[in-house]
Ligand binder design. Sequence first.
Ligand code: IVH
Length: 675
Amino acid sequence: MIMNTAAITAQMRKLIAQLKQHNHAYYVLDNPLLEDSEYDQLRQELVALETAYPELVQSDSPTNQVGDKPLPFFTQVTHQIPMLSLGNLFTFDDLQNFMRRVNDRLADHQQNPEYEVELKLDGLAVSLLYQNGQLTQAVTRGDGQTGEDITQNVRTIRNLPLQLAIDIPRLEVRGEVLMPKAGFAKLNRDAQAKGEKTFANPRNAAAGSLRQLDPNIAKSRPLAFYAYSVNQGLPAEITTQSDALFWLQALGFSISDIKIVQTAEQLQAYYQSVIEQRSRLPFEIDGTVIKVNSLALQEQLGFLSREPRWATAYKFPAETVMTRLNAIEWQVGRTGQLTPVGKLEPVNVGGVTVSNVTLHNIGEIQRLDIRAGDMVSVHRAGDVIPKVTRVWQDERPANAQVVSLPTHCPVCDSPVIMPEGEALARCTGGLFCPAQQQEALIHFVSRKAMDIDGLGERWLINFFEQGIVKNVADIYTLNNHRDALINLEKLGEKSVDNMLAAIEKSKDTTLPRFIFALGIGGVGETTAMNLAMQFGDLQPLMAASIEALQKTPDVGEKTADSIFEFFRAEHNIEVINRLLQAGIHWQPVSQVPEGNQPLKGQSWVITGTLEGMGRDEAKAKLQALGAKVSGSVSAKTTALLAGEKAGSKLANAEKLGVKVVTEAQFTDLLNSYHA
Ligand code: IVH
């Protein structure tokens, strides 16, 4: 993009103003308004402009400054040795370049030095001074030159030695104070319970705890200190960074994991393994820190203005990134649910390119006030699916579009409904909608529905994919394609005939099975049975009003809506008519008189094999008559329906004196109610 000088300067000023605001929020108020990665993105944008147009660099640019001015309340202490920052790497290429630069700077005979790799702990840097073995001073990094004296607070940290076992006149140890994840979660839970302010992340909680003027508060917080360098007082015989840390460990300091590597490949492998362990570590880390292990070589390499040449951070890919949401599309799931999907300007989040993000439902879109064209923050951590965590309303372009729920399915054009009180919208074209057909087919042939066991799921999907079966009605036209089916690979004459026979047999069905097979949202097996008993046949059910539907036991408002809409969708009616024309039939069911639940208050248990009906069917019938059906016999059981091969439940019922009903008696009982 070509920009003129004024536009570039204006963009720089805008970024500087934003960065300053965020620096203040982060360093002074301990209350960041952005994720670190979002901050880095803004900062990188400024750095890129400054690199391309060095003549326009603004004198107050925060890019050449570490941190922010210290708070006025604590005593200020000037660091004897400035506390610097680290450069950042993000890719393997960056890593190789870093190592090359190190090699270029070293004297010829010292190529490819050994590196020590540490975890980049996400807390705040603190310098500790021990005089004659006693902790006498603890100072924050501040702006790198001057920090705050927080000795009283640091003394409360429990994994930190206050008194060393050796008597060294002056020892300066630097490291990170952090709050472990578990302690952070508990702190926020407690704060929430008390209606107090919660912290954005463990690092802010740690920083906030150390900035308390009352050390009792710091004492009550679960802080920990991990050492990462000795800046004064290291015994001369220690010549490497790793040995310096082991020495500190022996003195009672905690240190994080250490790894020694020789090559970029080894380092990369370690970095990857740390990414994998990251979520299981007890504290937050945001990368690894790579250090030339030899202290003599470190000295030879020296420093750039604000960072060492011998060390750098190899950061993890950002887990929260800003990008543009170009459009919102609606996806129809296999069960007819409509889900809004954000189409993103592709962006790398957590190491993976993300171009789609689920927005869950229309309520979520409204809650976040997301519009097509908005700048958004996308978060992805570990294996968790990416999500939009924020909408940048200030950056909203004039042409951003408000998105509403479509009235018709984007796949099949059937009406879309959103039952009241529900967050999810669904397409009503269940039997017809291509997005739902595969699922509808599998459900239709399943054991509790049309029970076509000769037509297995695998073949059904195969026919669907080949376009031979598009919807459930096409199953009953398969007999017209006998020859074509026989010619399909791995499907012989015999199996085709068995399949066709099973399909033919399924035409003789029951009304509850057929209703269940339609796959109407909210209509399971029991509801299908209840509907069959309530309406007696299909036609009255199809014609029923929402009020009439709601009179059926176990049909609430949502299910009534869903049934009503299902039978209003023209496409569904077409498919049902084709099924009936193919010869699917059943015996009408005798209706239960309205409000008649003769077994209400009774508790039944079913055991053994029933000849005439499945146990599920018996269960549904009992429930329709008002009985509860439970899994085990107790003194409270009204009756046990016992089929063939009844076992321990029968013995139990006899022991407890519970009435035992045979299948024949049960059928008589049902007939007596339905007559
Ligand atoms: S060494 C001169 N080692 O990262 C180099 N720093 O971005 C001094 N940090 O201010 C830093 N873990 O707060 C070092 N293992 C580690 C670290 C670490 C976290 C922090 C530290 C530093 C910041 C630089």
